[in-house]
Structure formats: C-alpha cells, structure tokens
Design a protein around this ligand. Sequence first.
Ligand code: C2E
Ligand code: MG
Ligand code: MG
Ligand code: MG
Length: 280
Amino acid sequence: KAKKQGRNCTVAYRAGATPSGGGKLQLLQELREGLERREFRLLFQPLFSADLRLVALEALVRWQHPRRGLLPPSEFIAVCEESGLIVELGRRVLHEAARHHALLAQQGLGHVRLSVNVSAMQFAHGLLDDVQQVVREFQLPPGALELELTESVIVDDPARAAQVMVALAELGVTLAIDDFGVGYSSLSYLKRLPIHRLKIDRSFVNDLESDASDRSICEAVIALARTLQLGVVAEGVESEFQRDWLRSSGAGELQGYLFAKPLPFETATQVAPVAAEPAG
Ligand code: C2E
Ligand code: MG
Ligand code: MG
Ligand code: MG
C-alpha cells in the first residue's frame, strides 16, 4: 500500500514531461553544473496596452544546454522545483531581470515594468530578502518590478503568503496572478491581498473565436478585475480576431505570439505592433 501511495505522489506532482529515475538524476546533475557554468539566460516577451504601447517585458528563462541547445522551462523547471534548485535559479533570474531596469531607463523606457515568474517553492524560501536586495542594488522605483505568482503560492500557506505579499507591495513591487482561472483557490483572496493584475490563462484565449464559453469566461474575468480595480492581461494572443475582441472587451494589456515571441532584450524593446487599427 505504501508503495502504491508513493507512486501516486510522484505521478501527481506534475503532469509535465519530467523524466523519472536515472534520467532525472542526470538532469539534476547537469542542472547543478549549468548553474555553476552560467548556462541560464533570459528572453523577454513584450506586453502591450490596449492602445498598443509597450508596457512590460516578461522575463522567461532558457537553458543554453551544452549539447541539447536552447531549452524551454518545460524541460527543467519541474525538476528544479522538486530538488530545491529553483531557489538559486530564481534568485539569478530575479537579479538578471532587475539589472535591465537601468537599460530600459537609458532608452527612455523607464516606465516599462519587468515581470518575473516566481514558483511556490521560491516564494516560501527567501523571496522577500532576495527582492529587497535587488530593489536596493538596482534602485528600482515603485512599479518597475512585477512578480507573477500562481494561485498555488497562496493555497500552500495563505497566512504566510499574505505577510510576504504585503511586504513586497511595501517595497513597490507589484503582483500579478499568472494563469488566472485554472487554479483551485477561492476568489476571496483577491479582496484581501495586495494583487495588482490578473493574467487570463492562455487556454481561455486560444479558442475565443470558436468557443462561446471561453468568451464568457474572459468577459467574467475582465468584469471581476474592473470591480476589484485590478489590471488584466490576456496572454497567448495569436490572432487578430483575439486581439480585437480582447481590446474591445476591455482587456487592458495583451501578450502573445501575434506581437512577439520571447526575444533577446535588445530586440524585445524594438517590437512595435504593426497594422493595428485604432481601438473602438
Ligand atoms: P507563463 O509565465 O504563463 O509564461 C507564458 C508562456 O507562454 C511562455 O512559455 C511563453 O513563451 C508562452 N507564450 C506566450 N505567448 C504565447 C502565444 O501566443 N502562444 C503560445 N502557444 N504560447 C505563448 P515559456 O517561456 O516556455 O514558459 C513556460 C512557463 O515556465 C511560464 O509560463 C512560467 O510558468 C515558467 N517560467 C518561465 N520562466 C520562469 C522563471 O524564470 N521562473 C519560474 N519559476 N518559472 C518560469
Ligand atoms: Mg508568467
Ligand atoms: Mg507561470
Ligand atoms: Mg501564464
């Protein structure tokens, strides 16, 4: 029975493409070496306001693997979380992203925020100290740094999450709920916690054109956000239909392959949405 439970736990941990057994051990060893050799780097995906101005860059980590090429997070984040390596990787990502604020300011883009994904394990292990440190080191003004949290952060330990979130907000850091709508938490936290933005999960944006329930869900999230005075980002915008529907439905910000894929920093700031008709 114990064996069966153990197996279930492993399977339930995450439905990603995480290798098991020897493959996982080797991956873990390579991850440790990769951290030491600084093989991780950031790409940045631009976010645009409804009037198509650049408002943010989301930092998305990549692993420049010595043999396997440039790897996306789906290849390694789950193992980093399981092993605790995510704490060190996350710290590096935060530092590297925050460093770019000064580069943005040099280009007259000091108002563009940098958005960083934070996993639950990282949130629970020293995130506040790490953020304090980068805010000081890079003299980040309020609003320059946003953290993207998933609802799992709050579900795991609501009281502690609330403390950390309040302290982060006091540092001038804004907070977004990533993948909003696919989590399992209650909505009551939205009125209690200092949350600034909801990112509508890509799965609700995908089939907007053909699926009336997805349109209803997006409308409901936008209405909820408006009532609670939160910002809304629609992620995964791939078509002009999605762009136009979301803009006219009141989604404040848009992100997706239609505008740009994650790009090296220098290119990400140059993306201008083309052929955009005026809203309304
Ligand atoms: P996320 O935070 O929800 O990021 C959005 C993901 O969707 C990114 O994948 C992005 O490339 C992809 N995406 C953006 N627009 C589109 C689109 O129009 N169509 C499609 N099909 N996909 C789109 P990516 O870079 O592979 O990252 C996957 C996930 O890995 C992220 O999801 C985030 O949860 C996690 N992640 C990325 N970087 C970090 C990091 O530094 N730390 C942590 N803890 N997690 C990270
Ligand atoms: Mg994100
Ligand atoms: Mg995410
Ligand atoms: Mg997301």
